[in-house]
Design a protein around this ligand. Structure first.
Ligand code: NAP
Length: 336
């Protein structure tokens, strides 16, 4: 079966996911596009999806009888309304992170999906599909013994002036927040944030870098450095310390070179390249499940937990190292 897909939001990632579905993956076809910027939807139709119809609104796209499943790749603030619309229509929905920009919004999605009684939503936490993280999870589960600590870093070369301190959590750390829960099969109980002196390349409204310390139910302590003006490259680091040994996230493939009296290899610079294979695998998973009228992979509940945890981290940014408790409601049976 070919799943007929509608894409709401045809900017950077929407366009790229449309390309994947029409040109790389099996089992899906883009039949509908919508974007508040009509020219952007027209360009994706012209370049990637010539058969697609363009709809004035996301709501009309969701209602279209020839749309089997929906991709929500518009701005974060608009995700909730479209995901709720897709659930109301009973259509599988892939939603880029964040699931919603507030924990209350994410909870409304969880409640709607639970009331529907079947999974329909996959959240775009693509790191769970990255080969390196998958191998790291296997190493933790089979070799290093029970985890005790995690040391991690999320470094970007640079960010624009509009990127302000809370965005380091909502836009950047959110991937770590999800992937550590999945790696450790654990949940968070508290968050703390510490700031060293501000880096000289930081902007007026950004305190960069920062260190977030998360504690889990099983007593694992996770320290994550977020440094979004590190200048030298896009660099994701993660080391797990277990009872019997340590395991480290593999570096991306790079050719080691002996040049000019140096042993060196390139470090990626553009975030789009770092998890490029993982985007393919996550969307292939979505298409496969959507053909059965359901969804797999990261859940609405995972999106909700990420939102609650993000809120705690942002609160902790103003508390000079004091801990903020993370209290989760009981996980509904749909997400067991
Ligand atoms: P983008 O380039 O700004 O694209 C978003 C598009 O949505 C724009 O064309 C925008 O129109 C359009 N839009 C805004 N409101 C809309 C609405 N109500 N209905 C329909 N279209 C609307 O942003 P992006 O980088 O693609 O990011 C989109 C989402 O994906 C964000 O939530 C982001 O966090 C997420 N994302 C995730 C990853 C990941 O690694 N998983 C990577 C990148 C992005 P205008 O042209 O008028 O602005």
């Amino acid at each position: 079966m070919t799943v007929r897909i509608g894409v709401i939001g045809t900017g950077a990632i929407g366009r790229d996911h449309a390309r994947r579905i029409n040109q790389v993956l099996a089992g899906g076809r883009i039949v509908a596009l919508s974007d508040v910027n009509g020219a952007s939807a027209e360009a994706v139709k012209a370049d990637i999806a010539p058969d697609a119809r363009i709809y004035a609104t996301g709501e009309e796209l969701i209602a279209a009888s020839d749309v089997d499943a929906v991709l929500v790749t518009s701005w974060g603030t608009t995700h909730e309304q479209y995901v709720l619309g897709a659930i109301a229509a009973g259509k599988p929905c892939f939603c880029e992170k964040p699931l919603a920009t507030t924990a209350e919004g994410a909870r409304r999605i969880v409640d709607a999906e639970v009331a529907h009684g079947k999974r329909l939503v996959q959240v775009g936490f693509m790191r769970r599909y990255d080969e390196g993280y998958v191998a790291l999870k296997k190493a933790i589960e089979t070799q290093t013994g029970a985890p005790i600590m995690v040391h991690a870093a999320h470094r970007n070369p640079t960010v624009p002036e509009r990127y302000i301190t809370p965005m380091a959590v909502h836009d950047t750390l959110i991937h770590e927040i999800d992937v550590f829960r999945w790696l450790l099969n654990d949940d968070y109980v508290s968050a703390r944030v510490l700031f060293p002196r501000k880096a000289v390349r930081s902007h007026g409204k950004l305190r960069d870098p920062q260190v977030v310390v998360l504690e889990t139910r099983n007593g694992v302590l996770i320290d994550v450095e977020i440094f979004v003006n590190c200048h030298y490259g896009y660099d994701i680091q993660c080391e797990i310390v277990g009872e019997d040994g340590t395991a480290r996230l593999p570096e991306p493939m790079a050719v080691p070179m002996r040049l000019g009296a140096k042993l060196q290899n390139e470090i990626l610079y553009d975030w789009k390249d770092r998890f490029i294979g993982a985007y393919d695998v996550e969307l292939q998973d979505f298409l496969k499940a959507a053909a059965q009228g359901t969804a797999v992979g990261p859940t609405s509940w995972d999106g909700y937990v990420a939102a609650i945890t993000s809120d705690a981290c942002v609160k902790a940014q103003d508390l000079a190292g004091d801990a903020v408790a993370i209290d989760l409601a009981e996980r509904p049976g749909l997400y067991a």
